[in-house]
Design a protein around this ligand. Sequence first.
Ligand SMILES: [Zn+2]
Length: 166
Amino acid sequence: MALVSCDECKAQISDQSLQCPHCGAPRKVQAPVKRSNKALNIVLAVIVTPILIIWAIWGIAIIKESSMTPEERRIASAARAEGDAPYDARNFCERMVIASLKAPGTAKLQDKTMVIQKRENGEFVIGGQVDAQNSFGAMLRNTFVCTVKRGATGQLELALPISMTN
Ligand SMILES: [Zn+2]
């Protein structure tokens, strides 16, 4: 038990008493406790909640990653490291394929053109399918493979002629 001074009459009273025995004023014991709880809640909301959210997102990413095959993991981490490079190479391949067709205006790309392989030398091997009219006007499905690299000045170019089969 410790002595504290009464808020009203300043007399020394027990910190255990709910009321001052001298003047009858109630001791304001609850107020500071409530304030500190409020402060604690703000700390939890401002600091702990974002940490929990980041932790949860990170946890989901780890779970997602751990359910991948080693090959998928390798591709995912390569894609993160390279940013837009695989997408740029894929778009370049599609443009070159369409330009090489007999009737480019009839071209319809099928599903998603895929980056099949990223080579150690930085080349992307890209494959997909495109429907287009041949020289007789018949719609044919072509399967293509491009090998795309960055040239000396950084522009994309074909490392090999486009392989096209139907
Ligand atoms: Zn008092």
